[in-house]
Design a protein around this ligand. Structure first.
Ligand code: ADP
Ligand code: MG
Length: 260
């Protein structure tokens, strides 16, 4: 028998040399004395839609923000396709290209037009020509259903439209993974559906996504896996039916009951 070497980072279920899109290992994050993340282990595979649930203050945003280094973890390891992530500037640039993010408050650039918001990444990060970056932005805006708004300032749009522009912008650098932090929480209920439909369509096209949300219907029907975080640890995880219909812990049962 030839000797078989197992590459570092190999996980059961993945062929040798292949990696998850995202791997978190014993991730900790403290703000002063406040330990917010207390050892998170999480793998996100290609094409997975991972929905993250948890009470307010449980560390959901902090975890997402650590994944693309908007926050620096206190300890632990983050790998993106097997590459260890750290906060060196060259790594950060590469990381932000691979991991897109959509925020609750959209965070669009108010002084740019809709088209410029989406074209800016390809133009200034990728060095695409103006014409190419704008053509690409137009394709993405069409994909999220925003047509005929190229020259408008984002604040002239409805919240649902702004969030769809933000999704187009997050897709502009062709990230491998898109993180969503409560993307519909700032929207009036009647505008949530259009954003959820856009996300659903991304999911059906195989986009790898991690989504913090309280939208139970999205969790139930779109998630490939649901994770429940409480007090900075993952308390439960599994397929949506298992986690949502047959919660094991009292904490999760209580959380789900409050949502009904
Ligand atoms: P969630 O998104 O689950 O509501 P967060 O990750 O936003 O929770 O916050 C978890 C905890 O971390 C909270 O206690 C919050 O006050 C604290 N926290 C978050 N961001 C900061 C920060 N920049 N500085 C200090 N404390 C923070
Ligand atoms: Mg949050």
């Amino acid at each position: 028998m030839p000797e078989v070497t197992v590459p570092l980072g190999r996980k059961s279920g993945l062929p040798a040399g292949e990696h998850y899109e995202i791997e978190l290992r014993d991730l900790h994050k403290s703000y002063g004395d406040n330990e917010v993340l207390k050892g998170i282990d999480l793998d996100i595979a290609l094409g997975e839609v991972v929905v993250i649930l948890g009470p307010s203050g449980s560390g959901k945003s902090t975890m997402l923000r650590c994944i693309n280094m908007l926050e620096t973890p206190t300890s632990g390891e983050i790998r993106v396709r097997g590459q260890v992530v750290d906060s060196r500037p060259a790594n950060l640039m590469a990381l932000r290209r691979e991991v897109g993010m959509v925020f609750q408050q959209f965070n669009l650039f108010p002084n740019m037009t809709v088209l410029e918001n989406v074209a800016a990444g390809p133009r200034y990060v990728r060095g695409m020509s103006r014409a190419d970056s704008e053509a690409r932005a137009q394709q993405l805006l069409t994909r999220v259903g925003i047509v005929g708004k190229d020259d408008v300032r984002p604040t002239r749009l409805s919240g649902g439209q702004q969030q769809r522009v933000a999704i187009a912008r997050a897709l502009a650098l062709e990230p491998r993974v898109v993180l969503f932090d409560e993307p519909t929480s700032a929207l009036d209920p009647e505008l949530r559906g259009e954003v959820l439909d856009t996300m659903k369509s991304l999911a059906s096209q195989g986009t790898t996504m991690a989504v913090v949300t309280h939208e139970m219907s999205f969790a139930r029907h779109v998630a490939s896996r649901v994770i429940f975080i409480d007090g900075g640890v993952i308390v439960e995880e599994g397929d949506p039916a298992q986690v949502l219909e047959r919660p094991k812990s009292a904490r999760l049962r209580q959380f789900l009951n409050k949502l009904e």
